[in-house]
Design a protein around this ligand. Structure first.
Ligand code: GLN
Length: 499
């Protein structure tokens, strides 16, 4: 880093007030990206049922494919993170990822029927290069040990959810009322805004996110970068094959996780300082816990959606309301409101030196999640004779789920940036999202095991089957929470000075 760059970085780190101004800008960029991503995701399942079932795809296959696509999207963040660390830097990765996402959505937008799988393959690659690297840049806005970091990530998380909520609403609306291609075109247009906006603010980030090989001569550097771009695009046919044949998803998931762990171990052995090694191990343990969190949390897209559809009364405090709307948007709405508030609580506690450390926050998150799933379980006591239960209680459970999420998901992003050595920050952020890919994958398996298989089951049978399942999940979550609190002194030791 040159002296001017060092000065720029110092200036960024020495910001006054609660948040660095660059955080607001990254917040906006990520908001547009999540709009595009969740917009695509929102229409995906509906679109697949509508269009692809016409091509002979059964509902079960369409669900499996949906799950595979979700898992792949997050799995490729690991690769995106590694190439950002080694060659591109976060800024270039982000722009490349954004452009590929635009191409993917445009392709589907132009001809949803013929280009669907190609477009999705592009989106998977694009998200892989975009998603982990923007979070890593947020981490770099803060100096080591700055107690304002968790609050910053909480605010950033609110931006994620504004995008998610708007994307889901706008794209589904366009898709349903005007045609699927408009939904994908809207996602592409929004991503264009995101990329242009990022290009306009990237200078404010100073050296943050610059390529690690900037010191190389231009031709050498450019040829390396070019190879990454070409390599990424070469993966497209491979992804295309894998999402076309869902039987490869299991294989992929069995292979990519162990490979990632081996790569992690390889990097661990190369870290010289023992404190650095221990922090790296602590990050890994926490990331492993997050798999279970997301497996339970992600019931939202699976079993809870079905449960809302079949067993929840469509009325909230007397007003008629589709329980699936609550299922799909309550979480985002709560995050948008409560993430910044919880961030302020962390800042307030930090000032008084009472802020819980990261491990305790994770432990709390599991305990709160257990509480939420006990509420989902308790919905059976609020049901009428037909087996229809209360939407108010269902919405309350979502509120509790959200508080649990806020103690883990943004805190996890922050934790990864605190514990990873600088040259491995992207890879570790990728590992964090890879863990959530496994969470999604496990969520599907857990959810499938929960639904009542008999086709002529009564609503009351279904209610009992689902709520039994939620009680099980509450128990897993409670056990994980207690375990984390018990082992927290040990993990804290591994974290050294990091809180
Ligand atoms: N909902 C968050 C996001 O979209 C977290 C996703 C995750 O980690 N699986 O960024």
């Amino acid at each position: 880093m040159t002296t001017t760059e060092e000065q720029q970085l110092e200036e960024i780190h020495n910001f006054q007030g609660k948040y660095p101004k660059q955080l607001w800008h990254l917040f906006m960029v990520e908001m547009w990206e999540r709009f595009c991503f969740y917009g695509m995701r929102g229409v995906l399942a509906l679109f697949m049922a509508d269009q692809l079932m016409g091509l002979g795809l059964s509902e079960k296959d369409s669900n499996l494919k949906y799950g595979a696509i979700q898992a792949f999207v997050y799995a490729f963040t690991f690769i995106g993170g590694i190439f950002a660390d080694k060659i591109l830097g976060f800024k270039k990765s982000l722009v490349f990822g954004g452009l590929v996402m635009i191409a993917g959505n445009l392709l589907i937008g132009i001809n949803p029927h013929d280009f669907f799988y190609y477009g999705i393959s592009l989106t998977i690659i694009g998200t892989g290069f975009f998603k982990p690297n923007i979070s890593s840049m947020v981490g770099e806005l803060y100096a080591e040990g700055d107690p304002r970091r968790d609050a910053g990530f909480s605010l950033f998380y609110s931006g994620i959810n504004i995008g998610a909520l708007l994307g889901g609403i706008v794209c589904v609306y366009l898709g349903k009322n005007y045609g699927w291609n408009y939904a994908f075109l809207a996602a592409a247009a929004v991503m264009v805004i995101g990329v242009i906006f990022f290009l306009s603010i990237r200078k404010e980030l100073g050296p943050i996110g610059n390529s690690p090989i900037n010191h190389l001569e231009a031709p050498k550097r450019k040829s390396k970068e070019f190879m990454v771009y070409v390599g990424a695009l070469i993966c497209i046919p491979l992804i295309f094959i894998m999402i076309n044949n869902t039987k490869y998803t299991d294989l992929f998931m069995f292979i990519v996780g162990p490979l990632a762990v081996l790569y992690y171990i390889f990097q661990l052995t190369k870290i010289e300082s023992s404190a650095g090694k221990q922090k790296f191990i602590a990050a890994f343990i926490m990331i492993a816990f997050s798999i279970l969190f997301f497996a339970i949390f992600e019931q939202a897209g699976g079993s809870l959606a079905l449960f809302a559809n079949s067993n929840v009364t469509p009325s909230l405090f007397g007003l008629s309301l589709d329980p699936n709307i609550v299922n799909n948007s309550a979480n985002s709405l709560y995050v948008i409101i409560f993430a910044p508030l919880l961030g302020l609580v962390w800042l307030w506690m930090a000032k008084r030196k009472t802020e819980p450390n990261t491990v305790i926050k994770f432990g709390l998150s599991f305990l709160i999640l257990a509480g939420a799933y006990y509420i989902f379980y308790a919905l059976r006591f609020f049901a009428n004779e037909q087996g229809m239960t209360s939407l108010e209680m269902f919405a309350l459970a979502y509120f509790v789920v959200t508080i649990a999420e806020l103690c883990l998901s943004p805190i996890g992003l922050s934790m990864v940036t605190k514990l990873s050595p600088k040259h491995l920050a992207g890879m570790m952020m990728g590992l964090w999202f890879l863990a959530s890919a496994y969470g999604q994958y496990l969520a599907g398996i857990l959810g499938a095991g929960m639904s009542d298989p008999s086709p002529d089951a009564s609503l009351t049978d279904k209610l009992m089957a689902y709520t039994d399942g939620y009680q099980q999940l509450a128990i897993y979550s409670l056990a994980a929470g207690i375990l984390l609190v018990v082992i927290s002194p040990l993990i804290r030791k591994l974290m050294h000075e990091v809180k």
